[in-house]
Design a protein around this ligand. Structure first.
Ligand code: SF4
Length: 441
């Protein structure tokens, strides 16, 4: 069930392709879903350019369209299906055009996608893309003249996948079924990729994994803190973050890494999902509220000024008023800086799908609003407490009103009342704050 799929190809297969106009074949990459998919798209772009194809072109000028899909929510699947539908006309407009699909929908639907979408040519697994690239090498032979250099990145930020898949079995989540078991990438490879990203202009890297803090180096068995220490040393890297962690693996060494490494930002995103032990049990999260709170307590003690954020699901199967009240009181007790909340929606293929989705939609919406309301007040209070304090801001861009904006090390959005250019790091004093952003001068 968990092994990567080899390349799947439509029949009859495409025949060798001569690209019109004597030029390298061009690729359009379309993507939906989480940060892991953004990182996968970047990685595909690099692999296409190494092969001799030009990634990142408009669909109209492309010879090959690639879809990086998501299966976590039905809406994401619907978007990919609709994109595929639109591509039928695009493909028919010029002979030789091809369409490939990868991402979570491959793990969920496999070869049935080729039967459902007759104009789709390739389905490949991001964990094993070699067959796909070998096939392209055969098809475009004459048009491939060695690596096409990628332009210097216009991005300051990059996601860098370090561990793929997930070994947890949270009952509401499809990820283990579509992304497979955990597989950590070699630390040396990750370090090399971090250097390459920084060479191309990236100044902030987020190490990525569905369960990033269960990273285990295949070379020597060391974990995420040691990997962070290696990446932290890359010359020119200003900021280092990681996403998403599981509370069970939130070790003291990880907190030490956040506290001690110069580039590591004082920020910790740790999804709790519910403040009720019985609800956590049904979600199979494998920790208690008390254990979770103990981790956050240690984080606040060990890392001065750390900002904490979390994910919450409201209206999970069987969630009672009392269980939801426990979630609200946990949120009020912790006073997170940011809370991402969503109403539970059943996903076919998960264990929770077999349970009744018995919290009415109106109640889910009320609970959602209750969390949002509480958190808006807390976020505003926490941000306002920063007025008069100095914060370090990495400038990301210039807004329509000419003001520079960026983020603090704690990942708060900040607008600057002083001149600064994208990529610059400035220290400024907070002069005003709302629930969602700061103003600094
Ligand atoms: S740890 Fe995260 S990715 Fe893994 S099963 Fe749970 S919710 Fe899904």
């Amino acid at each position: 069930m968990f092994s990567p799929l080899p390349l799947l190809e439509a029949r009859p297969q495409r025949t060798p392709i001569a690209v019109s106009g004597d030029r390298a074949p061009r690729v359009n990459i379309w993507q939906v879903g989480c940060q892991m998919n953004s990182a996968d798209s970047d990685s595909l772009a690099e692999q296409f350019s190494e092969l001799g194809m030009v990634p990142g072109v408009e669909l109209e000028n492309a010879d090959l369209a690639v879809l990086v899909t998501c299966a976590v929510r039905q809406h994401a699947e619907d978007r990919a299906s609709s994109r595929l539908g639109e591509l039928a006309k695009w493909k028919a407009a010029r002979p030789g055009r091809g369409i490939a699909l990868t991402g979570c929908m491959v793990g969920e639907h496999g070869g049935s996608l080729l039967r459902r979408f007759r104009h789709l040519d390739y389905v490949f697994d991001m964990r094993e893309p070699d067959g796909f690239f070998a096939r392209l090498r055969d098809l475009y032979q004459g048009a491939l003249e060695g690596p096409v250099p990628l332009p210097a990145s216009d991005r300051l930020f990059a996601y860098l996948p370090v561990i793929l898949g997930c070994n947890e079995m949270c009952t509401y989540c499809i990820v283990p079924f579509v992304r497979g078991r955990e597989s950590s990438r070699p630390a040396a490879q990750i370090e090399l990729e971090a250097r390459r990203l920084v060479d191309r202009g990236v100044v902030e890297i987020t190490l990525l994994g569905q369960n990033v803090n269960s990273y285990v180096s295949p070379e020597d068995g060391s974990g995420l803190p040691e990997l962070m220490a290696k990446v932290d040393k890359v010359p020119g890297l200003k900021r280092l973050r990681f996403l998403t962690s599981h509370p069970r693996n939130a070790s003291e060494r990880l907190l030490d890494a956040i506290a001690d490494l110069p580039a590591a930002c004082e920020q910790f995103h740790l999804p709790v999902q519910s403040g009720s032990n019985s609800c956590l049990g049904r979600m199979k999260r494998e920790y208690s509220v008390g254990e979770y709170l103990a981790v956050l307590g240690r984080a606040r003690t060990r890392v001065e000024g750390i900002s904490l954020s979390t994910d919450v699901i409201v209206g999970f199967c069987g969630e009672t008023d009392a269980e939801f009240a426990d979630t609200l009181s946990m949120l009020a007790e912790v006073r997170f800086d940011t809370v991402h909340v969503q109403a539970y929606s059943p996903r076919p293929g998960t264990a929770a799908f077999r349970r009744p989705d018995d919290v009415p939609l109106t109640v889910k919406k009320e609970r959602l609003q209750a969390v949002l309301g509480l958190q808006r007040r807390i976020s505003e209070e926490r941000n306002r407490a920063l007025i008069g304090r100095a914060v370090e801001i990495l400038v990301e861009g210039i807004g329509e009103d000419g003001r520079a904006y960026g983020r603090t090390r704690q990942n708060r959005v900040a607008w600057l009342e002083i001149k600064a250019a994208p990529g610059e790091t400035v220290t400024a004093q907070v002069t005003a704050a709302t629930a969602w952003q700061l103003v600094a001068a």
